[in-house]
Design a protein around this ligand. Structure first.
Ligand SMILES: *[C@@H]1O[C@H](CO)[C@@H](O)[C@H](O)[C@H]1NC(C)=O
Ligand SMILES: *[C@@H]1O[C@H](CO)[C@@H](O)[C@H](O)[C@H]1NC(C)=O
Ligand SMILES: *[C@@H]1O[C@H](CO)[C@@H](O)[C@H](O)[C@H]1NC(C)=O
Ligand SMILES: *[C@@H]1O[C@H](CO)[C@@H](O)[C@H](O)[C@H]1NC(C)=O
Ligand SMILES: *[C@@H]1O[C@H](CO)[C@@H](O)[C@H](O)[C@H]1NC(C)=O
Ligand SMILES: *[C@@H]1O[C@H](CO)[C@@H](O)[C@H](O)[C@H]1NC(C)=O
Length: 523
């Protein structure tokens, strides 16, 4: 029960992530994407439910008659918390036993010292030497424990901070991407070449998607901003508590050693009483840390299992409601639609206006265009919005369309071309704007899909599991070991302060008795 569970991760990091994605996916973000309703995943009758971290979380559950808990990682389940809290019991018990037994012992010792002070003592040189040696050893052990605790907490603090910063960075980059995407959408609405604009239904779809994206970005951003400082404050507080514990225990061990060696009995007893309480508190802290360590380990394993089983229904889905693939596809297709429409609009203008030779067809815009034909823009999608395999030779791609079209510009007077060319500068600008927008939407499409179908969260979790868990596991173990070491060592040195003080007193008494005896003999 006391054994370390090997996988550990940052529970805080997960809490942060959960918070972000809860706020992100909560209303109005889950209302609709471009008219497509985002359905939360619901359990189908025959869908398999995956129990996360099943082996690790098989612990005795005090709420269920200490039967084994089998529900796996599930932070909405009180049995999970009860069973994981139960793992700290040995340490809580140690604290309780220590507090009671040593308290009783102190009481008895006090009575013994007060009432039976002048009784004759047995003294043995060996016992005296042994108690001094053990006292020294336990003091050294306490010092080592304090050092382990101190370095452990520093490393643990850093790795937790790294993890949190990674998560916050992910959130920030998400906000950045959402905002850019929203910018492109805003620009897309006003795209038009000549007198041609996007169809009305496409424009209203853009509005829907844009409202959604903007509010999602804002929610996520404010969640990040509001919680960032709090989370780091908690983290710093935990670090500070551990540093204080290390420093206090170190001082206590050292001072106790000095005082008991120098025979300042009264001060030793005061220190023993302080130490008695502190040791009990430290053991409780050990227990708390062990529980935390186990929850973190469970979380890490749960995250990984969730990542490698993308289709299974798990307890994590409730917290991070990923939408189903059909909905993701819908959201994505809205962005494809806009991209397709914008490219279509530009190409329509090129084919039907700028590449039409004089004399103009009735009703068509004519501005004395002449010269080589303007190449069409390569549409990345087919009319059914599937990806196009390749562009037709002669078409230009998003990346260099503006550059290529520059060669087809003509000089203008009175709204007519006066030099060879097929695009008036105003047209060129509009077309460049359209290219910019459709390229932006095309570029952010995959990001949007990843976000919606949780690929993004899965990637984040996978990285946490791979890059951050090992460190967190190692260092939280180090902190735990340091805490156990320091509390056990201080506990034992405390006992030996008293034992040694007693031996020292006996020795002094014996010496006095010897001196008296030899003085009498020489007389
Ligand atoms: C689940 O049940 C539905 C209808 O009851 C069926 O269409 C589907 O194929 C089933 N899926 C699996 C994985 O059994
Ligand atoms: C998690 O616990 C809650 C509350 O006990 C329960 O309703 C839910 O089904 C559990 N989830 C899983 C995946 O076991
Ligand atoms: C040119 O205009 C006609 C009718 O105005 C339209 O049917 C056709 O699709 C347009 N061509 C392109 C390439 O958009
Ligand atoms: C456009 O750029 C691509 C690579 O980015 C290049 O292969 C192609 O030749 C360029 N086209 C023109 C017309 O410059
Ligand atoms: C039309 O363009 C040609 C060059 O292609 C130019 O020589 C001519 O002057 C232009 N006509 C008008 C009315 O600007
Ligand atoms: C697209 O427009 C934005 C400003 O609206 C600009 O910052 C960006 O560089 C443009 N991108 C390209 C590829 O021209």
């Amino acid at each position: 029960m006391l054994s370390f569970n090997t996988k550990a991760s940052s529970f805080l990091a997960l809490a942060a992530l959960i918070l972000f994605f809860l706020t992100f996916f909560s209303s109005p973000a889950d209302a609709a994407i471009g008219g497509g309703v985002v359905a939360r995943r619901s359990v189908l009758e025959n869908e398999t439910v995956l129990v996360l971290a099943k082996e690790r979380t098989r612990r005795k559950d005090p709420l269920d008659d200490r039967r084994y808990y089998t529900g796996g990682w599930n932070i909405t389940n009180k049995h999970y918390f009860a069973s994981v809290l139960y793992t700290g019991t040995p340490l809580f018990l140690v604290a309780a036993f220590w507090f009671v037994l040593f308290g009783v012992f102190l009481l008895l010792a006090c009575m013994y010292v007060c009432c039976c002070r002048r009784r004759s003592y047995g003294y043995s040189r060996a016992a005296y030497a042994l108690s001094l040696i053990l006292l020294t050893l336990f003091t050294i052990a306490a010092i080592i424990g304090a050092i382990v605790l101190y370095t452990g907490q520093a490393k643990f603090h850093n790795s937790t901070k790294d993890t949190l910063e990674y998560v916050l960075g992910q959130a920030d980059s998400t906000v950045g991407n959402l905002k850019s995407f929203s910018n492109y959408l805003t620009n897309a609405k006003t795209v038009g070449v000549g007198q041609v604009f996007l169809p009305k239904d496409v424009q209203s779809n853009i509005d829907n998607v844009n409202a959604l994206v903007t509010s999602a970005a804002d929610t996520l951003e404010s969640a990040t901003k509001n919680n960032k400082d709090d989370i780091f404050n908690y983290l710093d507080t935990v670090g500070l508590i551990l540093i204080i514990v290390a420093a206090v225990m170190l001082t206590l061990a050292f001072l106790g050693f000095l005082l008991s060696v120098s025979g300042l009995q009264f001060l030793v007893y005061i220190l023993v009483i302080i130490g008695w309480i502190l040791v009990a508190l430290t053991f409780i802290l050990c227990g708390v840390f062990l529980v935390l360590h186990n929850v973190m380990g469970d979380t890490c394993v749960a995250m990984n299992e969730w990542v490698v089983n993308p289709t299974a229904h798990t307890a994590l889905d409730k917290i991070i409601p990923c939408v189903d693939t059909a909905t993701a596809e819908e959201a994505r297709s809205q962005s494809k639609e806009v991209t397709f429409q914008v490219v279509h609009l530009v190409n329509g203008f090129i084919a039907n206006v700028s590449n039409v030779n004089l004399p103009p067809i009735a009703g068509r815009l004519s501005y004395n265009q002449s010269g080589p034909l303007v190449p069409l823009l390569c549409n990345p999608y087919n009319p059914d919005k599937t990806d196009r395999k390749a562009c037709i030779p002669g078409e230009v791609g998003f990346t260099n369309a503006t550059q290529v079209w520059k060669n087809f510009e003509c000089q203008v007077a009175n709204n007519k071309c006066t030099t060879v060319g097929r695009l008036m500068p105003s047209m060129y600008d509009q077309m460049s704007g359209a290219v910019n927008v459709s390229y932006g939407l095309y570029h952010y499409g995959p990001f949007l899909t990843d976000l919606v179908d949780c690929t993004f969260v899965r990637d984040t979790f996978a990285t946490i599991h791979k890059d951050h868990c090992p460190d967190l596991r190692l260092y939280s173990k180090l902190v735990y070991i340091g805490l156990v070491k320091v509390s056990a060592a201080v506990m034992l040195s405390l006992v030996f302060w008293m034992v040694y003080a007693r031996e020292r007193r006996h020795r002094k008494y014996m010496r006095l008795a010897d001196a008296a005896a030899s003085a009498q003999a020489t007389k």
